[in-house]
Design a protein around this ligand. Structure first.
Ligand SMILES: Nc1ncnc2c1ncn2[C@@H]1O[C@H](COP(=O)(O)OP(=O)(O)OP(=O)(O)O)[C@@H](O)[C@H]1O
Ligand SMILES: [Mg+2]
Length: 294
């Protein structure tokens, strides 16, 4: 079952002189097990949108459905939605609060009313997923950890609820390249191996190109473009992306440049590995012809 958003509007400080329309009729679907990249310029409404998907901001009735549940309907407990839709903020470590790592990660599953043995199993599993050993870290204070470790603990706290959907709002901000790679690899594993649907909000179109099947581009509170990766970031939409101040991934720009020089690479390629393979194939043909590559 998907997450479905239909004509969602939201205005901050509505009815006051400080009213800011942030969402102006957003419609989209996040399919079961899909990996969706959500991009768009600063202030385009990405964070406001994702906060409606797990009930952190309450949508009006009949605008957001999670697995068929109308999130904004009267009487739907937030908890029910949050167990299904895990939301990881930009600096998730700011949400840590408990005295020990164990208690922090156990908070969600305990709140779900699960038996102690299952809570323990989930805490161990979630910590292992983020690369932390429960025995080594369980008793430590989350506040006495490094920034990277804190972020892992915060993510483990969400994973311990085993959400069907995982939404991350710029989760790699402030991480070093190794930390970034690790986090993105984890997201890919959760998606491919466990079927968790992922919505990744990011300004890094490279990451989107490497990971996503589907891309949603927001602009001024609306969905400007939405579709399969190669359709949205491929050659056909370059001008539209540029108009929004978004640069296509470097690999896609390389395809444009080489094609301008007479290569005939498939113009829709956006993933680095696909571009490398296509270049290698053309280079082999040219070498076979006795010609040389420019
Ligand atoms: N708490 C708030 N009060 C008032 N206006 C807000 C608030 N949060 C966001 N806005 C406004 O709502 C609009 C959408 O903001 P939002 O944070 O959703 O954008 P974003 O796409 O996540 O941007 P960024 O890429 O900078 O994170 C912007 O015009 C922003 O100024
Ligand atoms: Mg944001």
């Amino acid at each position: 079952m998907p997450i479905v958003v239909k004509d969602l509007h939201y205005t901050y400080n509505a009815g006051t002189p400080w009213a800011v329309p942030a969402l102006r009729g957003v419609s989209l679907t996040v399919g079961d097990g899909e990996f969706v990249g959500l991009v768009g310029p600063i202030g385009s409404g990405k964070s406001t949108l994702v906060q409606h998907l797990n009930g952190l901001l309450t949508p009006p009735p009949e605008t957001v459905w999670v697995d068929g549940i109308d999130v904004g309907a009267y009487g739907v407990p937030r908890q029910v939605i949050r167990q299904r839709v895990g939301l990881v903020f930009q600096y998730p470590e700011h949400q840590l609060f408990a005295e020990t790592v164990w208690a922090d990660v156990a908070f969600g599953p305990r709140n779900m009313g699960l038996p102690a043995a299952e809570v323990a199993e989930r805490v161990r599993e979630a910590l292992a997923l983020v690369g932390l050993d429960a025995d080594a870290y369980g008793d430590r204070s989350p506040f006495a950890l490094s920034g990277g470790e804190q972020r892992r603990v915060a993510l483990a706290g969400i994973l311990a609820m085993r959400p069907r959907y995982l939404i991350l709002d710029e989760p790699t901000a402030g991480l070093d390249p190794a930390g970034r790679r690790e986090l993105l690899t984890l997201l890919l594993r959760l998606n491919r191996e466990r079927g968790v649907a992922v919505v990744l909000v990011t300004h890094h179109l490279e990451d989107v190109a490497e990971l996503s099947q589907k891309v949603v581009v927001m602009d001024q509170g609306r969905v400007a473009l939405q579709g399969p990766l190669e359709q949205v970031l491929g050659a056909g939409q370059r001008a539209a992306l540029k108009a929004l101040g978004l640069e296509a991934p470097v690999a896609a720009q390389l395809v444009d440049e080489l094609n301008r020089r007479g290569w005939r690479l498939p113009p829709h390629l956006v993933r680095a590995q696909d571009v490398v393979a296509a270049i290698a194939a053309v280079a082999r043909t040219r070498a076979g012809d006795g010609g040389h590559v420019q």
